[in-house]
Write a protein that binds this ligand. Sequence first.
Ligand code: PMP
Length: 454
Amino acid sequence: MNDLSNAVLRERDLAVLWHPCTQMKDHEWLPMIPIRRGRGVWLEDFDGNWYLDAISSWWVNLFGHANPGINGHIREQLESLEHVILAGFTHEPVVELAERLVELTPSGLERCFFADNGSAAVEVALKMSFHYWRNTGQPAKTRFVALENSYHGETLGALAVGDVPLYKETYEPLLMEIMTAPSPDCYEREPGMSWEEHSRLRFEAMDRLLAEHADTVAAVIVEPLVQCAGGMRMYHPVYLSLLRDACDRYGVHLIADEIAVGFGRTGTLFACEQAGITPDFLCLSKGLTGGYLPLSVVLTGNALYEAFYDDYERLTAFLHSHSYTGNALGCAAALGTLQQFGQRDVIGDNRQLAARMAAATEGLKDHPHVAEIRQTGMILAMELVRDHNTREPFPWQERRGLAAYQHALTEGVLLRPLGNVLYFMPPYVITPGEIDRLARVAARSIDAAVAESA
Ligand code: PMP
């Protein structure tokens, strides 16, 4: 075991694995990084190189790798129960976690339905909404409205309500048809317009769409405040307030997919708080377990729950399940994660870190190849373009973001851009000094990535 090296593991890996979201042929020239261990924001490979995990390992990690507190929770749980079927049975961590989530999430969310990954949670919310209308005598309400540039996962239902062509287009023939409203994405605002004005303006089309189709629409699904996989595009909370009002007016459910933005990423524990709204369904995953184990949950209200509650013979029950639903180790990790939030003022401390991220990247604002630096809480994104003034994008085929990724790795930083958008979404245990380092490496990575553009 001890003589394992990056080279040895790479070779063994490439003989038997097929990696997620990867053109495997790239690995003919792009070496993958085998990781031996993690500590805090750092990851160590088998050759002894360390990498700062600036993207929280696909946005899941909140309190660092190998966090002693979360480790302890899982270890303790392991001694008593690893997993048990959640139909007909229950266990202490799942009950305690549900109680805590009901307490912490916006008021009116009183019921927790567990699943085991983000996409599964989205499927649950879509099915529940559809099923609710059926159970309450409005079976014509079967359609979903989503935003342009949204992302909700890769399973067929979740993919159908997403709108990132790179992931969706190939599978289009397999997907249910949905209705799409313009994104409130503020990168697209006219010069001189505020985020709020732009987001309000973009809402008008959504309002018209709902007015016209309310009879057949079950739910609207959105990523509150940040469209993450769609390039960390951001918008103003006013859009969510307007949407909540409209959904109430037209009798349509609002599904908030906070799988990526929940648990403090946007500067509040949940993004919906910034608009003062409660969605009909709240989907959570990723940070739920601090980045340890796959677990997800959909929260909803008791009135909605009641519509499924009846004698068995009436066949109104929500007969949806996943084998690992409410896994006990996952719930223990989640309780350990919530305990981290309780030990200090994480959200307050994050405000300092967010300000440091802004200050550290200030110098890149006028970079000739950075169109915009935008930030919502602990998410900061830099849009790489061919021309700062015209915002002309680099052709995607040039893979500038990938070049930035490669450069950052040589300097010990894991940045994984979305196309040509570089971003920081670090674990909350990052230090101000590490943020400065991250920003310096990002600047040099951008320079390396745009080098041949003259
Ligand atoms: N919704 C959002 C907003 C996401 O960012 C993601 C994952 N990136 C998902 C859903 C899907 O979650 P999972 O990858 O766990 O299926």
